[in-house]
Write a protein that binds this ligand. Structure first.
Ligand SMILES: [Zn+2]
Length: 220
């Protein structure tokens, strides 16, 4: 279980969670929400050749196979696991419906099976929805041989109403080895793409260089 890499060098990991719940799928189907896939983030990262790691839910991948292909096709992007349907692995986790303990191992194993056919830079990194976990949840996932990744820099981008606080939150806390948590879920994190250019510029000013999670965690 990690929340940052070695505090050496100058690398930081930008990570983007791709949440998808049944409720979000319903919002898409009803037309209430246009998109939970923020392509402006991908455009920017690609244009600036910035490495990043995407924590994908299985349901997001199944809803956005083309976008997943685009992520997997970028040699600077890593793919990681964020559960199948973004259910809570503990009680009292931001109001998320709870996944029964007996379903935990299979939920995460199934998500790897959904992501793996897309190829690219696959990893065994995993992030709990809402970062909520306890010993029972960790025990359930132990057979899967994964690394649980939290983060030490929480951007606070879900449901943000302005981009400036996100930039401040990231730049105040980022240091060598940091793991920055953001979201690529557009409608639920609508300021992230506006904040990102400022975050990249601020990191640059501080001498910090984005790298994949693998590179940050190994200090390599
Ligand atoms: Zn999430």
């Amino acid at each position: 279980m990690v929340d940052h890499g070695p505090r050496v060098g100058n690398r930081v990991a930008l990570t983007f969670d791709a949440d998808m719940t049944d409720g979000m799928l319903h919002s898409l189907r009803s037309g209430r929400v246009r998109s939970y896939a923020n392509l402006r983030i991908l455009d920017l990262l690609e244009r600036e050749q910035v490495p990043a790691t995407f924590f994908l839910t299985g349901k997001w991948v199944q809803r956005y196979p083309e976008v997943t292909r685009r992520i997997a096709g970028n040699p600077r992007f890593e793919l990681a696991n964020h559960t199948y349907g973004h259910l809570a692995f503990t009680g009292d986790c931001y109001g998320l419906p709870r996944l029964p303990a007996r379903g935990m191992t299979e939920d995460v194993a199934k998500t790897f099976r959904v992501i793996e056919p897309f190829g690219g830079r696959q990893t065994r990194y995993f992030r709990f929805p809402g970062l909520c976990h306890d010993k029972a949840a960790l025990d359930a996932l132990a057979p899967l041989g994964l690394t649980v990744v939290d983060g030490d820099v929480v951007s606070g981008d879900p449901f943000a109403e302005a981009w400036q606080p996100l930039v401040r939150a990231v730049l105040d806390k980022a240091r060598p080895g940091s793991i920055v948590i953001m979201h690529v879920t557009e409608a639920n994190a609508s300021m992230t793409d506006e904040a990102l250019p400022h975050i990249l510029a601020g990191l640059r000013e501080r001498g910090l260089v984005p790298a994949t999670l693998s590179e940050v965690l190994t200090g390599g």
